[in-house]
Write a protein that binds this ligand. Sequence first.
Ligand code: HEC
Ligand code: HEC
Ligand code: HEC
Ligand code: HEC
Ligand code: HEC
Length: 184
Amino acid sequence: MTERAGQPESGGGPRWYRQAVVELGFLTAAVLAAMVLSYYYYYPSEAGVVQPLPFSHRFHAGEKKIGCLLCHADAQDSPRAGVPPLETCMLCHKRIIVNYPKIEQLTKYYNENRPVAWQRVNAVPEFVYFDHSVHLHKGFDCGRCHGDVSSMDRVVPRPVITMGFCVDCHRAEGASHDCYMCHR
Ligand code: HEC
Ligand code: HEC
Ligand code: HEC
Ligand code: HEC
Ligand code: HEC
């Protein structure tokens, strides 16, 4: 009986011991969760949507310093920035690394005239009116709304575009923040 004095409930060792095990479990789970979250926070280029054809902004716009407007020229004079047709890729890849498997895949799409279903990354709902050209003519850099795309392998929405994000800048820049501006 004396042996069980410190263990009023049977099995699994003393109460303090079982509590410690449970707490340690919670702590481990919390630490793991924090590690996973910070990984995606600090290495966002590892995340992002998988596109039907491999394409890296970090490589083209970053390392090779190809200007955004070569591929997104529509942004200058229309509401949409648009995604370039494969003709644009082929301006270079008719000659550059043609035998590289990823480029063979690109060439196959191009030759078969197969449309590429690029997945959208940034999108505002249909009831929101947005126009690229108006903002570019005001001198805003792509990075104000899209972050440092030239460091991203796969594009991630950073910052995430919310109504607050739009309205904060309109306030700061003295532009109208009347509801009808954006909700027509
Ligand atoms: C060589 C062509 C090319 C260049 C240069 C280029 N892009 Fe792109 N961009 C693409 C293609 C193709 C896609 C669609 C696939 C994808 O999301 O990666 C895209 C997608 C994007 C998207 C995501 C579209 C969405 O659905 O929200 C953003 C934002 C973007 N580009 C911004 C930029 C910026 C900013 C630059 C310059 C720093 C740039 N791009 C340079 C070809 C290009
Ligand atoms: C202005 C020229 C240019 C355009 C336009 C261009 N690229 Fe490239 N791309 C390059 C160069 C240069 C390389 C590097 C070649 C090397 O490594 O020798 C490259 C490399 C690549 C690679 C291999 C690197 C990797 O990520 O593994 C892929 C895939 C690729 N491009 C896809 C595309 C696609 C898709 C488009 C169209 C949306 C495109 N490129 C448009 C110049 C271009
Ligand atoms: C003032 C903020 C802002 C600036 C500056 C901006 N964008 Fe965007 N971009 C957006 C928003 C918002 C969307 C989503 C639009 C939608 O859903 O209709 C978007 C969408 C896109 C898309 C997806 C295709 C499309 O046309 O909707 C691409 C590509 C893109 N932007 C590229 C660029 C490039 C390249 C630049 C610089 C030349 C740029 N953006 C500058 C806010 C901005
Ligand atoms: C970086 C600052 C900035 C951000 C972010 C921004 N805007 Fe603007 N926007 C402006 C400025 C400045 C003007 C005023 C342009 C003018 O007066 O000519 C403007 C003008 C507009 C207009 C009027 C266009 C026209 O036809 O005259 C609309 C609509 C608009 N913005 C929508 C949006 C939406 C939607 C978002 C978020 C997705 C957004 N803006 C994000 C700065 C910004
Ligand atoms: C500068 C642009 C801009 C202005 C001005 C603006 N909005 Fe918005 N609004 C947005 C954008 C962008 C979204 C979409 C946000 C998202 O997808 O998270 C939005 C979303 C909304 C929604 C849907 C919210 C939801 O949770 O889905 C409502 C309701 C709304 N706005 C009402 C208003 C009212 C009322 C005003 C005037 C006081 C206003 N907005 C002014 C850009 C604007």
